[in-house]
Design a protein. Structure first.
Length: 472
């Protein structure tokens, strides 16, 4: 059975506002086991992980910010642009029509939602109008198949469309009921809405949804990430929510997975000074339980740019452990095993970092290795487009790090780092893929590509403008 069907598929969702989507094997798996199994995120079943990049501001059929998604397929040499696919709301089989401001591709996630052994692509369109309700948002699922993503697709929206709710901007995919099919979670308004994966999902244009209120919520829901925090085989859902104003206190909590799917049972919760945090999940310590990392990406008094890791335990989310290294400005981007040692490594992204000439907003990412004891601050290193060996050049306003993800595109058992730079080339945007290795991502073998390399719309597309998710 393919690995997608054996392991829970989950999304890290940096809070997802759109973008680059890739997929890595389970962080807790040993490298030799992952190398022997098909990588997650494999749309065509050829054994190589594939990459999807959202360009939610791309112009389609003359409609500004209608948006599109580009798919580049993996090969033995990693991601290559020679074989690719563009998906818009004009593509055959894709529901809907392009309209100005739809932002199709504002979020992306991957998982085998129908259990056929091929990964499926989940696409958010946070600006989609539902009838006369502007900005209500929608989600499209494009089904994988032999040969690549198929013409089979469905689209759905919130049970009660709400203006400017941006349903679809925050996605997570995980097998919450451990039935071998990934489920789709969408955070919008005060709720998390869950669509259960099913063999017949492609024949269900209006799938049923289950709504849950995250721990500490009631006024709004922020970031979400799928994670098996207690190691019981059921994916759980980590959430950030708030009961008052988003600028006031928030709550990090975990909704438990079960044989019936996500439940209202809480596997731990803790207060946060604010609600605007990014959260990522993965097995940092290699103990078979997913850990959760929360950033402080803004000035927060004594907690400026503080990272906290909440370890997974048999009883749920454990107490927070403060990162002991240097402050990490920016957001927690992804947790993925970039050096093949069986520990998920943390990548943080700071889009405000200067280029070598001192110009602002060039961007940088920092890789912090995982270890048995947690995050290894001593091994942290920063990567930019000016790092020796990394293809490209670092320039002001590149916004390198707006999207961060990881996927095993060459099926060597080690995740490869992918970074979006949507500001590059006057807003055309670009994506950098930096292969993982036993030494982590060094820059060797990296590529940098733009929508023009895929023959897709380029002008002000802001290609790779935000991170989608990883699936494990």
């Amino acid at each position: 059975m393919r690995r997608q069907r054996m392991l829970a598929a989950c999304a890290t969702a940096l809070a997802v506002t759109g973008g680059v989507l890739l997929v890595a094997g389970p962080a807790q798996a040993q490298p030799e086991l992952r190398a022997a199994a098909d990588p997650a995120g494999d749309f065509d079943g050829d054994g190589f992980g594939d990459l999807a990049v959202g360009a939610p501001e791309g112009t389609i059929a003359g409609f500004a910010k209608a948006g599109y998604v580009s798919v580049a397929y993996g090969t033995a040499q990693g991601v290559r642009t020679t074989r690719h696919k563009g998906i818009t709301q004009r593509t055959a089989g894709i529901p809907g029509t392009p309209e100005a401001g739809d932002r199709f591709g504002s979020a992306t996630a991957v998982g085998d939602v129908d259990g056929d052994g091929y990964a499926d692509l989940v696409i958010g369109a946070g600006g989609e109008a539902i009838g006369s309700v502007k900005g209500a948002g929608s989600v499209t699922v494009v089904f994988g198949a032999k040969g690549g993503l198929s013409a089979d697709a469905i689209a759905f929206h919130a049970p009660t469309p709400t203006a400017r709710q941006a349903f679809g901007d925050k996605l997570a995919v995980g097998d919450f009921d451990h039935d071998g099919r990934a489920d789709i979670a969408v955070a919008a308004g005060t709720k998390v809405h869950v669509v259960k994966g099913a063999a017949h999902l492609r024949d269900t244009p209006k799938p049923a949804m289950k709504a849950l209120t995250p721990p500490g919520g009631g006024a709004g829901t922020g970031r979400i990430a799928a994670a098996d925090v207690n190691g019981d085989g059921y994916q759980d859902l980590a959430t950030v929510a708030y009961a008052d104003d988003a600028a006031d206190e928030g709550t990090l909590g975990v909704l438990a997975g079960s044989a019936t799917g996500l439940t209202g049972t809480t596997l731990g919760k803790t207060g946060l000074p604010f609600a605007g945090y990014s959260i990522v999940a993965g097995d940092v310590t290699g103990d078979g339980k997913d850990d959760i990392v929360v950033d402080t990406s803004f000035s927060d008094g004594p907690d400026d740019f503080l990272l906290r890791m909440f370890p997974g335990t048999a009883s749920g989310m454990g107490a927070g452990v403060t990162y002991e290294g240097e402050a990490q400005p920016g957001r927690a981007g992804v947790l993925a095993d970039l050096d093949g040692d069986g520990h998920a490594d943390l990548v943080t992204a700071d889009t405000t970092a200067t280029d070598p000439d001192g110009f602002n907003n060039a961007g940088a990412v920092t890789v912090v290795p995982g270890a048995d004891s947690g995050l290894d601050a001593q091994g942290a290193r920063t990567i930019t487009l000016a790092t020796p060996g990394v293809t490209g050049s670092s320039e002001g306003n590149d916004l390198f790090g707006s999207a961060v993800a990881a996927g095993d595109y060459d099926a060597d058992g080690t995740a490869d780092l992918t970074v979006g730079a949507p500001g590059k080339y006057l807003g055309t945007g670009a994506v950098s893929v930096i292969p993982g290795s036993a030494d982590g991502p060094t820059g060797k073998g990296s590529i940098l590509f733009t929508p023009e390399d895929l023959d897709h719309p380029a002008a002000k597309a802001r290609f790779g403008s935000a991170l989608g998710a990883t699936t494990r």
